[in-house]
Every structure is written in C-alpha cells, then in structure tokens.
Design a protein around this ligand. Structure first.
Ligand SMILES: Nc1ncnc2c1ncn2[C@@H]1O[C@H](COP(=O)(O)OP(=O)(O)OP(=O)(O)O)[C@@H](O)[C@H]1O
Length: 584
C-alpha cells in the first residue's frame, strides 16, 4: 500500500477513473476561479486610482475597470460553481466506490481478520468516516486550491502596484504557510490521539454487545471493566487531543492576525506618509480584510483535511490487509469428495503453532471424527478445510484439487458447515433455512426440518415458520440455532459436510437430532465432525486423535483405537465415566 502522506493522490487512488478525471477537472476549475479571485482583488487598486484621479490607469478608465472587475468576478463564480459541482459529483463517486471496494475487500479477507476491533473499525468506516472523507474530496480540496491560488495571484498583483507591500507579503506568506503547516501537524496529532481512543471504544462496544450473555452470567452485564476503561482512556486522550488541536488553531489564527495587523499598519503608514492616496489606502485596507478571509479559509480547509487523514489511514489499513489468493476459474473438475491433508501446519500467531504436520485422507462418503483435548486445534482443522484461513505449510485437496485452485463459489458449492458459533440472519426461520437452496420445495423443507428438529421449534413458536430470528439469530437458543444450521446443511446436499459439534448447545434432544441428521448426511456426503459426544464419535468410520500440541497421536476406527491402549482409550474411559456409560 502506498504510504504517501499527500492526501490528494490518496483520494484519487480510491476513485474510479471517471471520477478521478472529474475531480481533477473540478480541481482545475477551482484553481482557475482562485486565480480570477486573486486578480479581482488586485484590480481593486487601479480601479480605485482611476476613480480617485478620474484618469485612466494602465490605459483603462474607471468604467473600464468596473467592467473588467465585474467580468472577472462573474467568471470566477462560474468556474467556482462548475468546479464545486464536479468535485461534489466526484466526492459522491468516491463514497460509492469506497463502499464497493471495502465490500469486495472484506469478502476476500480471511476469517481471522474479523475480530471485535475490526468489526468496530469497519462499521465506522462505511458510515461516518466514509461521509467525512467524501466531504474532503467534494469540498475541502477544491476550496483549498481555490484560496491558495487566489492568495498567490494577489501577492504577485500587489508587486505591480506597490513594491513595499509586495515585499511584505512575499516575506510574510511563506512564514504564514509554515505556521499553518505546524498547526496542521498539531491538529493531526490531536486527531490521531482522539481517533485511536474512539476506535478502542467502538471495538469494546461491539465486544460488550456480543458478550452480553457471558457478562450477565458473571453479574457484570452493565459493568464491563474494559468498556469503562476505554471510556476513561478516551476522555484522557480527547483532552490531550483537544490541547494539541487548540495549539494548532491558536498558531494559525495568530499567524493570520499578525500578518493582517502588519499589513494594515503598513498600509496606514504609507497613507499617512502620503505615498499612497487616501482612497487607495481605504481600498487597500478593505482588500486586506478580504485577503484575511482567504487565509482563514485555507486554514479551515487544511484542518478539515487533516481531520480526515486518520480516516484515510484506517481505509488504507483495511485495503492493505493481506487477502487470500483467489483464482478466476477453478483448475479442473473435482473427481470426488475426498479430502486430503498433507503435512499441514498452521498458527494464528507467529510464535504459537496450533496444528503441526497433520496428514490424513477422508475418502468420499466416509465419516471422520476429530477428537482431542480442548484447544488442541480440532475446529481449526475444519476451518482450514473450508479455507477460512490459508495453511502455513502443507496442502489441502478436495477431490484432487488444491483449495487454492478453487474459486470461492466452487469451493463453497462443495462444502456445508455447521459451526459452534452459528449465525442466523435477521429474517424468518424459513428463509434462514432456504438460503441453502432457495428453490427447495415445501416437501424438501419439511423433511429436513423434521430431521434436524426444526419442526418442533416451528410448532412451538406462535409465528411458526415466519418467526423472525433476530440479528445473528438472537431470538433462538444456541441449540435451536444449531438445529437450523443442520437443516441448512441437510437441504444443501453438499458433497462435503463439516460439523463442529457444539459442547454447550447439546441437550439430549439436540443430541438425538444430530445423530439422526448425521446418519442421513453421511449417506451422501463426506463428513468431518469435531466430535464431543460418545455416540457421534462411535459412529465415525475413522477417528483422528490430536494431542495438546496439535499433532495426530492416533488414528483408526473406534474398535482399533480401543485396542491400542493409548490416549484414545484413556479419553474414552474418562468420557464414559463422566457420562456414566459402560466401556464398550
Ligand atoms: N482466531 C483466533 N486467533 C488466535 N488464536 C485462536 C483463534 N481461534 C482459535 N485460536 C486458538 O487456537 C487454539 C486451537 O483452537 P480450536 O478452536 O481449533 O481448538 P479446539 O480443539 O476446537 O477447542 P475446543 O474443543 O475447546 O472447541 C486455541 O489455543 C485457541 O485459543
């Protein structure tokens, strides 16, 4: 990602070609308008002299100067209107494009990117930040170039009229711009302090929202320490940020006022000394005051743009996040629904391997169970098979095609998954299942609902199939959400089903639903189950046992593994004892 500090190229990078051209044209027109405004200010002096002396100045009478002045002012307004219009259109295009490219980018990011802080960042980015940055493209840039051009032209024009004033401005303007630059840095520093704190709050609020259940269970529903301390931190940072911003504003304000006071004093001295006429003195003071508003507008545009720099930084950060390589076309046709892992290793963070050197093949239509202690990487394995992350080492193939050689659509056509953190859309129960196969008949829908235990939920709820599931499926219990998710998998008829058997969401009834559903799924699909329940484990054709380091320690059928007297037998004995089952 380009780390350029200049804002304009950074904005242009996020515009489509047409919008970029339109913005460049709009900016050009604003520059032209600024040149004319500077000229108009410069023309005031010869016009005033022509009026005072009633003699032509530089070959033009007072009337001629008034006509020139009116024409220049009219042209400046036309260019300004036209340039601003184009800039606004380009700004709207910028916002539309940012929304689109962020959406596309998010779809290509690995699941690992979607943590609580990224959710907060993303929601800010596509709402208020996008509007604010769009405003910069639409308004601030045009205003800045217009006013800077006007100031430069006015400085040149003043040389022609009065060289002493010319010297004063030529020396003062660079100093003033330097002051503004320093002010901009101060404001930028203030913004970065406030922005980091705001992002922290946004992330903690998302976390607070998602973890309400757990927090209430610990009697801390409204008393989440992390959120509180993020507010305290934000307040502290906001105060520091405000000081920096205030320093910036004072510096630039002081600079402008000092320059204006200096100019007015100097012009008055020239008038008193008789170097310039009375009317000329008054006009010059009037022009100086107008000149002040130009300088103030430059400062406001600079600060406005500086405000948005942080937002562009966040945008750059999201757009620069490493994405998964995606092929345009799947390389070949999957021969079957075999899954092969070959020497696969993976870690979420560099120094902490989660699974190491895992190799196994699940032949089509077989059921594999993955067991092992908590945190040994069972869920990670099935997430790797669904390419939620790319492996660090080794390869994963489905039907003899490497995962990287599938398009996302083709890969997900092959796979259904039922994970522990089931997400339902804020839509009806029926639509939440039909998403797996929108053209399914009622008969198909009712068949999978019966199997997965959804029919029982439908009969119990007053709105039946039309029950709205709430955001993320919050109106349903964890077990109910899992049943809906299993119904989806059953309806999709995917060649491969990955099932993470939730430990928390399983009551006896749910367990029976899962067992029934697995029996059906295994008839048509290759099944990989992260299994916790003894009955599910025993159903598997082959069981893979992981150790705490994420390596395979044993593999085989239930009977074979029991004979080996290894970790599996121990695991089975412990689980059986806790479930008060007899050892088979
Ligand atoms: N997104 C993530 N970022 C960083 N670490 C993670 C992430 N997801 C899981 N881990 C870590 O990776 C390890 C393996 O997690 P995984 O969920 O695969 O284990 P598991 O065997 O399925 O556990 P359980 O049986 O308790 O569900 C754990 O130490 C976990 O904390």
């Amino acid at each position: 990602m380009n780390k350029s500090k200049r804002l304009l190229p950074r904005f242009h990078r996020y515009m489509v070609n047409d919008d970029r051209k339109m913005h460049q044209k709009g900016t050009g027109l604003c520059i032209l308008s600024g040149i004319l405004i500077g000229l108009a200010l410069g023309i005031m002096m010869p016009a005033a002299m022509a009026l005072q002396t009633m003699n032509p100045q530089w070959g033009l009478s007072f009337r001629d100067w008034v006509i020139v002045l009116a024409s220049v002012a009219l042209l400046a307004s036309v260019f300004s209107f036209w340039g601003t219009k184009l800039s606004y259109a380009a700004g709207l295009g910028f916002m539309k494009n940012v929304q689109k490219i962020v959406g596309n980018k998010v779809a290509r990011l690995p699941l690992g990117w979607f943590q609580a802080d990224s959710a907060g960042r993303l929601s800010r980015m596509v709402t208020q930040e996008m509007l604010s940055t769009g405003q910069t493209a639409a308004f601030f840039i045009g205003q800045l170039v217009k006013n800077v051009s006007a100031v430069i032209v006015f400085c040149i024009a003043i040389w022609f009229w009065n060289w002493q004033l010319g010297i004063l401005l030529t020396l003062a303007i660079p100093v003033l711009f330097l002051l503004m630059k320093i002010s901009q840095v101060c404001v930028g520093k203030g913004n970065s302090l406030e922005d980091a704190a705001e992002q922290e709050i946004a992330s903690r609020v998302v976390e607070f929202y998602h973890c309400q259940g757990a927090l209430r269970a610990c009697h801390t529903g409204a008393d989440y320490e992390e959120l509180k301390s993020s507010f305290v931190n934000s307040k502290r940072q906001s105060v520091r940020g405000l000081w920096w911003s205030a320093l910036g504003q004072v510096l630039s304000g002081m600079g402008v006022q000092m320059l204006v006071a200096g100019m007015i004093t100097f012009i008055s001295l020239l008038g008193v000394a008789g170097d310039i006429e009375a009317l000329e003195t008054v006009v010059m003071i009037g022009v100086t005051l107008r000149f002040t508003t130009l300088l103030n507008d430059i400062a406001s545009s600079l600060f406005g743009m500086e405000d948005r720099r942080q937002m562009l930084n966040s945008l750059d950060e999201v757009m620069g996040a490493p994405e998964m390589s995606v092929v345009a076309k799947t390389k070949g046709q999957p021969k079957n629904a075999d899954i092969t892992l070959n020497c696969v290793s993976f870690s979420y963070t560099k120094d902490k391997p989660v699974i190491q050197d895992i190799s196994f093949t699940v032949p089509a239509h077989k059921m594999f169970a993955v067991v092992g202690p908590s945190g040994c990487g069972k869920t990670t394995i099935i997430k790797l098979i669904a390419r939620f992350y790319d492996v660090d080492e080794g390869t994963i193939h489905i039907g003899n095609i490497a995962l990287r050689d599938y398009t996302t659509e083709d890969l997900f056509r092959q796979i259904s998954f039922v994970f522990q953190d089931v997400y339902l859309f804020n839509d009806s129960l029926k639509n939440n299942i039909l998403i797996a196969k929108p053209d399914a008949t009622d008969q198909e829908l009712h068949a999978v609902a019966d199997l997965a235990g959804v029919t029982e939920i439908v009969q119990r709820l007053p709105d039946g199939w039309d029950t709205i599931c709430g955001e993320g499926g919050r109106s349903l219990s964890g077990g109910e959400r899992q049943r809906v998710s299993i119904a989806r998998a059953l309806l999709k008829h995917a060649p491969i089903v990955l099932l993470d058997e939730a430990t928390s969401a399983l009551d006896a009834e749910n367990e029976a639903n899962i067992v029934r559903s697995i029996e059906v799924l295994r008839k048509n699909s290759t099944l990989v189950v992260v299994a916790h329940k003894l009955e599910t484990i025993r159903m598997a054709d082959e069981i893979i046992v992981l150790d705490q380091a994420g390596r395979i320690t044993e593999a085989g059928s239930h009977e074979e593994l029991l004979k080996q007297n290894g970790p599996y037998k121990e695991f089975w004995a412990k689980r059986s004892a806790s479930a008060q089952w007899k050892l088979a």
